[in-house]
Unconditional design. Structure first.
Lengths: 380, 380
């Protein structure tokens, strides 16, 4: 049986969530914009999901704008904010997901990068350096998809608010893994992705304070308060809602489960001598462990692990295929050779200690082949 | 049992399509961008769906760009075409879906409207009048969602190509209902929507000739050749592929089935004396019948039919809720009072002659109440 250790890339659909979606893929049919009973049932299902997502994140349901996923939510945030690009600027952390960095680079305004320290954290000093009077938007992700490093969003939001700047946080990775609240952190906008918390693909959300001047990216319909045209993906939205409800119920239990496994894995890996764990000194997502293996190539390690039945990532899934070190590790000033040896293990609710033990054995085997093909590949 | 007569708004998910999707909502999990075996299985599933969609539409699979739906595909076409908006123009038919018209209005270039005749057809003369040397893109939908009127896309494409202009057609409504080919019509780009042909919500496509200079709307990932960033909605794409395959297999059978029902319905309605069928003189989708009922209000009729268990539309679902006559009927110069009385019946594979007969009875009942609340509401 292959072992799935790549939950930050995507999670398997939770069986209860599939059950919740099933009626909307069979007996219940209709376009939510239709006025008849079929349409009204679909509309109700969407509104219930909106409540569920809002409840998980400590937001009001009226603040939830459903999108096709986290990438669209990040694009909507950056490109949908009404601004005067000739004079206004945005500031984004250097370790944001590409779906935030690339739209920022293309929106037409000046973009300032917020540096992170060697542990991957944005400090108040680096934040202050990156903003000025022209800054209208700051975006710092709540937890990083690669290292799992958790930012102190409360403190950063306070600083940003003091300067009358909008503050957005990509909460795709933290949602459902640690407690995190829209209201308590006092951010203005927040990105979520359904398939990162055992929900279906094809749904995400931008939670957005009503005071933000936003316009839609996709036009041609009044769905989602005019901020997202297009027939709503009802089954996916229903699943996203159920995913949020279950995540709220099981939050602590899930975190405890993966933390025990992750800590055991980390301890064992450290004993191998050649492993360096990233963001080890700071608060991290309980399911995430990213590490470099001195003298090895991450992609080769990944394929060797795959051959042995373990699915891990060598970086962010969205940029895999490229041989460059990840921009996250680069921003943390990790030396190139160590950064390109990176492996990310991201655990989930169904993983077991037996799987961790088998993984350690596999790692030992691979690393033991120090004069073999793996080592050679690393030196090419 | 309520009767669903609103298949142009959305179709119920075909049971075989649900079966095809199910593994991707359970045992098979992974991000298609991941390099490990889980990711590769997802990637393969997407590529198979691409072949299936291409096969239905007579296109090459490499021309298929998956999106979250038809609205996104139309937005991608209009806003993703690289053009010099200061000098270049686009021409769109007056009866396009809002997801084409609104992006066109916002893209920043001049937009010329292509008039339609009283039957809702774009003529070669009206096309010629709307284009000039600055025109870079023409968009005319293959079949209209309201009237069902089918354009002669071959002839229009020939004219457009003769002027070295890109030609896009929104084929969301014709796909799976009548034979229609990307290659044979010689269009440059084509929009499709999965949930209009018994596939799941959350998937669509822009089929696009490689010579078109396109850029993405959603950035931050290299998915779909860099033209659509974001984790692919694998189950929806798999379902879309199966929907295309089944539509190809059952095309004639489905068309024949609904045509018999639609023709019977039309004949009966005409005998009521107060009914006017739109686009009656031209080739229409076999499942679609839009008609006005003299002296009645369409929305009131819709609600009266809903009360009696029939789900129909009073216009395009995406713009329902507004009291204005539809822009389609307006463009056809249908008098306002008749246009606001419009009802659209759009049939599907599970509808029966018994349902048609019950519908006729209901219509007679409602229309018979000529001095009642319905009539009064119409006069308000």
């Amino acid at each position: 049986m292959a072992v799935y250790f790549d939950h930050n890339a995507t999670t398997p659909l939770h069986e209860k969530i599939f059950e919740a979606m099933q009626p909307y893929m069979g007996s219940v049919c209709g376009n939510p914009s239709s006025l008849h009973r079929f349409g009204r049932l679909q509309r109700q299902a969407i509104e219930q999901a909106r409540e569920q997502v809002a409840a998980l994140m400590g937001a009001q349901s009226s603040q939830v704008i459903f999108t096709s996923g986290g990438t669209e939510a990040n694009n909507l945030m950056v490109k949908g904010l009404s601004m005067d690009t000739a004079v206004q600027r945005i500031a984004v952390s250097a370790i944001e997901h590409m779906s935030l960095l690339q739209p920022a680079a293309e929106v037409g305004c000046n973009v300032d990068q917020i540096a992170v320290d060697g542990q991957g954290l944005v400090t108040q000093e680096s934040l202050k350096q990156a903003i000025n009077k022209e800054t209208v938007l700051v975006s710092v992700m709540a937890a990083n998809n690669e290292t799992g490093a958790v930012q102190d969003i409360n403190k950063l939001a306070e600083e940003v608010r003091a300067h009358d700047i909008w503050f957005h946080t990509d909460a795709s990775q933290i949602a459902g893994k640690l407690e995190f609240s829209f209201e308590k952190t006092a951010v203005h906008a927040m990105t979520l992705s359904s398939h990162k918390l055992y929900g279906p693909m094809g749904a995400g959300a931008l939670i957005v304070d009503k005071c933000l001047p936003m316009h839609s990216l996709l036009q041609g319909g009044s769905q989602e308060k005019g901020l997202r045209a297009g027939t709503e993906n009802v089954p996916a939205i229903v699943g996203f809602g159920m995913a949020a409800e279950l995540a709220a119920q099981e939050l602590i239990e899930r975190a405890d489960h993966v933390r025990v496994l992750r800590d055991a894995l980390e301890k064992e890996l450290m004993q191998l001598g050649v492993v360096k764990v990233f963001s080890q000194q700071v608060r991290r997502l309980p399911n995430t462990l990213q590490f470099g293996v001195q003298g090895f190539d991450g992609e080769t390690l990944l394929m060797e692990l795959d051959r042995r039945g373990f699915a891990v990532s060598s970086g962010s899934a969205c940029t895999s295929g490229k041989t460059e070190p990840s921009h996250v590790l680069k921003a943390m000033a990790v030396p190139n050779q160590l950064a390109t040896s990176a492996i990310r293990v991201s655990l989930g609710r169904a993983n077991t200690m037996a799987e961790i033990e088998r993984f350690i054995e596999a790692m030992k085997q691979i690393i033991g082949l120090s004069n073999s093909a793996v080592m050679m590949a690393a030196n090419l």
